[in-house]
Design a binder for this molecule. Sequence first.
Ligand code: NAP
Length: 307
Amino acid sequence: MGGSYYDVIIIGGGPAGLTAGLYTARARLSTLLIERGIFGGQIANVSWIENYPGFPEGISGYELAQRMYQQGEKFGIETVTTEATGIELEGETKIVKTGEGNYRARAVIIAGGAHLRQLGVPGEERLTGKGVSYCATCDGPFFRDRVVAVVGGGDSAIEEGIYLTRFASKINLIHRRDQLRASKLLQERCFSNPKMEFYWDAVVEDIGGDERAENIHLRNVKTGEITTLEVDGVFIYVGLKPNTDYLKGLLTLDEGKQIIVNDQMETESPGIFAAGDIHHNSPRQIITAAGDGATAALSATRFLEGI
Ligand code: NAP
């Protein structure tokens, strides 16, 4: 596959990349979509989505991802499962380096999204998969009638915390401030849920346990007081880190390592576009990622027509 040449290569198969592919394929541009994991990206692990228009009852992230993937495939997107590790320029050709070899295209849309940030505390890595989890949808059912902690105060922590109340007997929500960042609707829901208990101004010092997570030590950031909580599981949702490490030196990144683009999703490098959570100031919503993907695809189409 080393020498394949496409009109457009899309890096990342989340809502931004899948939408971009839908548009480029329908524009009859030969399109390769590179995804290292499962199609859908972060949304594949989101329990339930209520703010993507067209699904008034809501839809599971996995199902939405499947539908987006099927729609792109129907119009002829080619896909490969591998990780993009670099982009090089050779005249007007962009060479995307991957574990499966190099792919070439005239335009590239970078839609690689972001991954969940780790807390970085002792015990976290050692006990991941042994009670420590970043995916309530995948691991929630293992915690039926158990006590779990959820760390974070954003939409993800609250939404997935509420989802976990289907299984767990109690959710200890641990947040480093005394106010949640999550949307007001989610706040109303979690405050009225009897299974949720809140630990404010609290940070996790470490996660303890031999074979499995058994407890966490919390430090109150205002008083310094240390509390021990006995838990069977710890779900961590403390924000996102953009997947841009391999782009250093090629594109300008902001202080949060996101890619700078203009409102047409063009980067500073002609023929390279960025869409979704990966770009500077992204609102990080599924609908905006999909919108970015469409914008980037239309810009790429115009760029290719101009060559
Ligand atoms: P987020 O909005 O960045 O929130 C991260 C949370 O973790 C914040 O409450 C933050 O505290 C806390 N945090 C960060 N670093 C921490 C640390 N080291 N220790 C303890 N706590 C820490 O991330 P997210 O919730 O994953 O959401 C990401 C994006 O996706 C957002 O734009 C969100 O709106 C979107 N999203 C939307 C939905 C929805 O619309 N239904 C669902 C999920 C996600 P501070 O508040 O003090 O900064």
